[in-house]
Design a binder for this molecule. Structure first.
Ligand SMILES: Nc1ncnc2c1ncn2[C@@H]1O[C@H](COP(=O)(O)OP(=O)(O)OP(=O)(O)O)[C@@H](O)[C@H]1O
Ligand SMILES: [Mg+2]
Length: 342
């Protein structure tokens, strides 16, 4: 496996470090800066022969949606449940709200909300009863159940039994449960797995609302599109190790292929000539002119030059890079199967 290169541009650099470092060693992570609410260093969890989590280091900033992206069995749930204090690490350190977890357990319990993977609730409670039940488990500052119901658009269903809700509505109730203590950090472990595209988008809306409310969202997912759509920053985990991290743009720039403009029809020789006059490399492939683009500005330039020079064409298409391609570049494997496409 190739070593990870850290590409975060927004992290503060420790003295003597450069912006590109080898990762997965304890000293390799760029300083998280003062606004990190979670800092994980060289975290490990071993089950017999299985290194479920094999020395991961990352930080999560206050108010961001942080996506922890990886395929089945990568170590996502194991990692997140160590941060949630559900599992005990084999080694490594975890700081939440700036303090080591060991010294901070009750504060963390009060200030985090959790939607576990494959969440289920009581079949015979209504939506409202469910939220009230979970809220009673907490003291202190609470988020009014009425407000959670309206935030999640569950008003019409508040008297419906949990067992009679659709999968998407059940997940929304699960998100609602994670909010009853008005947490600062919300952990959502695969919140949209098994949902149809519409229900998935409803959950995405809720995640955006949470970010608008200033919450930090730790989103665990194996859907690359979910990370692309929602995340401020992304960590990709594979076989217990973090293999890349950064904003979507940083990851695409570093590991994705460049965008390619294709032009079909028309006088292809003249189109190639025009692209070359703009210092772009162009070639004819499958009956289309294919032009790799250094950046998007070239699209409008090329199209306006085609127009002024009276060069005709039938259609244009831009193929953009995505996280699937990033994952393939890094691991040689596909992240998700066809059924994962939304
Ligand atoms: N309690 C356990 N005992 C033994 N092995 C475990 C245990 N929990 C997890 N593992 C193993 O650790 C590895 C990581 O599992 P984990 O559940 O963290 O992956 P994940 O990334 O959350 O996957 P998924 O997308 O399927 O939820 C897997 O090989 C899994 O079988
Ligand atoms: Mg999991």
């Amino acid at each position: 496996m190739s070593p990870e290169l850290v590409v975060e541009s927004d992290a503060e650099l420790s003295p003597g470090r450069t912006a590109v470092t080898e990762a997965n060693s304890p000293n390799a992570v760029l300083s998280p800066g003062h606004n990190a609410v979670i800092e994980v260093n060289d975290l490990k969890k071993v089950y017999g022969d299985v290194k479920a989590v094999d020395g991961v280091s990352f930080h999560v900033k206050k108010g961001e949606v942080f996506a922890f992206l990886g395929p089945n069995g990568a170590g996502k749930t194991t990692t997140v449940e160590m941060v949630e204090m559900i599992r005990t690490p084999t080694a490594g350190s975890i700081l939440v709200f700036g303090k080591p977890l060991d010294s901070n357990k009750s504060e963390v319990r009060e200030r985090i909300g959790v939607l576990p993977q494959e969440f289920k609730s009581f079949d015979r409670l209504t939506v409202r009863e469910t939220l009230v039940y979970y809220q009673k488990l907490y003291d202190g500052a609470l988020w009014a159940v009425d407000e959670i119901i309206s935030l999640l658009h569950l008003k019409e269903k508040e008297k419906t039994l949990y067992t009679n809700l659709s999968g998407g509505l059940k997940q929304r109730v699960g998100v609602g449960i994670s909010l009853v203590n008005d947490p600062d950090i919300v952990f959502l472990d695969e919140p949209t797995t098994g949902l149809d595209p519409r229900a998935r988008r409803d959950v995405w809306k809720v995640i955006r609302l949470l970010r608008d409310r200033g919450k930090t969202v730790f989103l665990t997912t194996h859907y690359m599109e979910e990370a692309e759509q929602l995340a401020d920053r992304i960590c990709i985990i594979h076989q217990g190790k973090i293999i890349a991290r950064g904003t979507l743009e940083e990851l695409l720039a570093k590991y994705g292929k460049r965008r390619v403009l294709t032009i079909a029809g028309g006088d292809q020789g003249r189109i190639v000539h025009l692209a070359e006059s703009m210092r772009l490399k162009a070639k004819i492939e499958d009956g289309k002119v294919s032009i790799p683009l250094p950046n998007n500005d070239f699209v409008t330039d090329i199209l306006s030059k085609l127009k002024t020079e009276g060069i005709m064409y039938r259609e244009v298409d831009i193929r953009r890079s995505n996280l699937e391609e990033v994952f393939l570049t890094l691991t040689g494997e596909k992240l998700g199967g066809e059924e994962d496409e939304v």
